[in-house]
Each structure stands twice: as structure tokens, then as C-alpha cells.
Design a protein around this ligand. Structure first.
Ligand code: ADP
Ligand code: ASP
Ligand code: MG
Length: 407
């Protein structure tokens, strides 16, 4: 008997009929002789709606309270899923993240799972229950609820699969797998049969929200095979794994985009030792991840320092950086939240010249201005105006021959 962890995203459980549809899929897996643990997201746009509601009450809600509020979305869908299974004559029990033994740090709204004590889950499986776990949440050492960041139910699923030593983690969503680019923006995007953890991690980190990046990271660490497929069809999905790909394939694997980008520039910074650490240390202490950092060569010992953060962190970052900028004698701080990141990803690009030039040419042919560029061994990222994203990723998909499987 195999143990399988399945996760169903928000659009798969958006209303009563969809919850019943998912319940039938869970039953089919159970009837094949498997033990099944299911992780669910909140129904449809519940999380967004709860954030809006909180802001109507208080424009800056306390993080602890907001996390408790948001965690209720997943609690609702997990209980309804258990009820749907009862109605079909199956034994099932819903558990909150805390009840499932998911322990996190105290970074509200983007907590990390520290460890899982899955005793209760194991006990319920032994009783013959299908176990439904509310995704996206865990409990801190102080028994407070913390959420794992937007899209975090994927991470609940992979972490539970690892802790329970499941055979596989299946992520069911509203697309048929991982594509060469977001299929909603690039009609020519192709479904990948398989993708390595490393490439998937880059894609997810760079904005391909089909998988939460932390989930891919855990999959890689614990060597947990992950399948991404549609909850609305039975077509084969994409396998994310650590083995060597047998597909003859393109050197570029996919195009990712991310609208969640804000740029902050500190203008007229004196160029002397200690300035960068004075600016970035307070950001790190406030748990704000800084992504791209660019500092120009100085003229007359004055330079500009530009960096990007997630849009949700932009106001907080500005409020931290502005007084520091003033104290070090910088001219001013400016922010821009109308930008986006587009990236070309692929391990095949490692040490291969010409990829950057190909990307810049494709963007320039569309008249797209590149504001910042960063690279790693297996990707190139450009920051551009958000209004140009669709044109950019369609052009890049073509320029890197991603419509075809072979080059
Ligand atoms: P869920 O609610 O099931 O977690 P998400 O909305 O978080 O679903 O993720 C699925 C969405 O990810 C798709 O609807 C698609 O628009 C988007 N997406 C972005 N990049 C990709 C990609 N490379 N492959 C597949 N889907 C992608
Ligand atoms: N409900 C949460 C969100 O909307 C978590 C998830 O769906 O994975 O981000
Ligand atoms: Mg998701």
C-alpha cells in the first residue's frame, strides 16, 4: 500500500461542485489501495478577499492577527472536503496545520517550516481515515498561527510528503502541468513531461507561480518526486525530479515572469566603505529579501544604488531606507512599483555564450527598454516595464525556440 500526498489549489476547490469533483478524485486514489493525505488551499479568491476585508478594518493590520485570519480560508476548505468524503461514504478527518504537527518560525506572512511532527496524521491514517490538512499554515513554538507566504500550500504538501515518507507528492491545479511559459500569456507554451528540481526552483523563484519555490526546494532536499497536473482532467502532468532528463531538449527550458517587483534607488550616495551594509542590514533584520542590487561606478565619489524588493515590502523598505539615506548624506530615495522581471531559464545555458545577446535582441526588437539585468549560471533576468511583459515573454519564447521540443 502506497502513501500519496495530494494537494488541490484554490481554483480546484472554488465552489461546492468543484469540492465534490475533487472528493471523487481522492476516492479514486483511495480505491486503488493507497493511503491518502490531502492538502487543500482556500476556496477560489478567499485569501485575497480576507486581506481586503482586514484592510477595510485597519489599513495596516497586525501581522499576527492577519495570519490567523488568513489561515481560516484553508480551514474552511479542509472541513468541507472532509464533509464531501463523508457524504460519499468514506472515513475522513480534517486537520489544521497545527494539528498536523507543522511547526514554523515566527516570520508572520512568510514563515518557514522548521519541522513536522506528523503523529496525529499517522494515527488517523492507521484508523483508515483519509486525512485532509489545511495548507499554507503552521504553528510557532508559542502556539501562534503563522502562514507560509502566498502559494504556500504547495510547501505544506511537499513537506508533509517528506515527513511521512510518501511515495510521491501530487500537486493538482488549473493547468495541465509545468509549461515552457505561463500558458495564460503564451498560447504556444508547451507542457513539459519532466523538469529537474534545479530548473524548476529557478522558474518558481523567478515568478512561475505554478509551484511555490520553497516546495521545490524541499522536494530537492528530500528527493521527493513531485507531479504537477490538472484537477479537471486525467491527462498526464509534469514530473519534477532529480534524475537526469532523457528528453532530447532545448538548452533554454522555460520563460518565467514576475509582476511582484518594486525598485528602490538611493540617489547621490557617497561612495565609501560601510554604506551598503548601513542600507542593507536593517532590511535583512526586517526580513525583507533584496533581490537585484546594482551600484554604478562613482563620479566624484558619488554613486546611485538601486535594488529590488517584492511590492508588498516596498513601503516598509522605503521607510527603513529613507532615514538612513538622509543620515549618510544621500540626495534622495525613489521607488517604482510598475516594473516586472522576465527570465530565461535552463541548465543547458550553462557556459554557453550567446544567450544573453539573444535575449537582449529579442527584447529590443519589441522596443522594450531593459532597466536592470542579472544573471546566474542557469538564467538571465531583465527588469522591464510591467506593461510590456506579455510582448516580452511571447518574443522570448519564440527567440529561444521553445515551441519545439528539439533544437
Ligand atoms: P493553485 O491555486 O492551484 O495553486 P496557482 O494559480 O497558484 O494555482 O498556479 C497555477 C497558475 O500558474 C496557472 O494558472 C498559470 O497561469 C500560472 N503559471 C505561471 N507560469 C506557469 C508555467 N510555467 N507553467 C504552468 N503554469 C504557470
Ligand atoms: N490560499 C493561499 C494563497 O492564496 C495559499 C495557497 O493557495 O497556496 O496564497
Ligand atoms: Mg499555487
Amino acid at each position: 500500500m502506497a502513501l500519496i500526498v495530494q494537494k488541490y489549489g484554490g481554483s480546484s476547490v472554488a465552489d461546492a461542485d468543484k469540492i465534490k469533483n475533487v472528493a471523487r478524485r481522492i476516492v479514486a486514489t483511495k480505491e486503488k489501495g493507497n493511503e491518502v493525505v490531502v492538502v487543500v488551499s482556500a476556496m477560489g479568491d478567499t485569501t485575497d478577499d480576507l486581506i481586503q476585508l482586514a484592510r477595510q478594518i485597519n489599513p495596516k493590520p497586525q501581522e499576527r492577527e492577519l495570519d490567523v485570519l488568513l489561515s481560516t480560508g484553508e480551514v474552511v476548505s479542509s472541513t468541507l472536503m472532509a464533509m464531501a468524503l463523508h457524504e460519499m461514504g468514506y472515513e475522513a478527518v480534517s486537520l489544521s496545520g497545527a494539528q498536523a504537527g507543522i511547526r514554523t518560525d515566527t516570520t508572520y506572512s512568510k514563515a518557514r517550516i522548521l519541522h513536522i511532527e506528523p503523529k496525529r496524521v499517522v494515527k488517523e491514517l492507521e484508523k483508515g481515515n483519509i486525512v485532509i490538512v489545511a495548507g499554507f499554515q503552521g504553528m510557532t513554538d508559542d502556539m501562534d498561527i503563522a502562514t507560509l507566504g502566498r502559494g504556500g500550500s504547495d510547501t505544506t504538501a511537499v513537506a508533509l510528503a517528506a515527513a511521512l515518507k510518501a511515495q510521491m507528492c501530487q500537486i493538482y491545479t488549473d493547468v495541465e502541468g509545468v509549461f515552457t511559459a505561463d500558458p495564460r500569456l503564451v498560447p504556444e507554451a508547451r507542457k513539459l513531461k519532466e523538469i529537474g528540481y534545479e530548473e524548476m526552483l529557478e522558474m518558481a523563484t523567478l515568478g512561475a507561480k505554478v509551484m511555490h519555490s520553497r516546495a521545490v526546494e524541499l522536494g530537492q532536499v528530500y528527493k521527493m518526486p513531485i507531479m504537477v497536473a490538472s484537477s479537471f482532467s486525467d491527462k498526464p502532468g509534469t514530473i519534477i525530479h532529480g534524475g537526469i532528463s532523457m528528453e532530447v531538449r532545448n538548452k533554454a527550458r522555460g520563460i518565467a515572469h514576475d509582476l511582484n517587483v518594486a525598485k528602490i534607488t538611493v540617489v547621490g550616495v557617497p561612495d565609501r566603505p560601510g554604506i551598503a551594509s548601513a542600507i542593507f542590514e536593517p532590511l535583512a533584520k526586517a526580513n525583507i529579501s533584496v533581490d537585484t542590487i546594482v551600484q554604478n561606478a562613482s563620479i566624484d565619489n558619488i554613486t546611485d544604488l538601486t535594488f529590488t524588493v517584492a511590492r508588498g515590502d516596498s513601503d516598509k523598505a522605503m521607510s527603513l531606507v529613507q532615514p538612513i539615506a538622509k543620515s549618510i548624506g544621500a540626495k534622495q530615495c525613489v521607488s517604482d512599483s510598475t516594473l516586472a522581471k522576465v527570465s530565461v531559464v535552463g541548465t543547458g545555458m550553462l557556459n554557453t555564450p550567446g544567450y544573453a545577446a539573444n535575449m537582449f535582441r529579442a527584447l529590443s526588437e519589441q522596443g522594450i527598454n531593459i532597466q536592470l539585468i542579472t544573471t546566474s549560471e542557469i538564467r538571465i533576468t531583465c527588469i522591464i516595464a510591467e506593461g510590456k511583459v506579455k510582448d516580452a515573454i511571447q518574443a522570448l519564447h519564440k527567440a529561444f525556440d521553445l515551441e519545439q521540443d528539439l533544437i
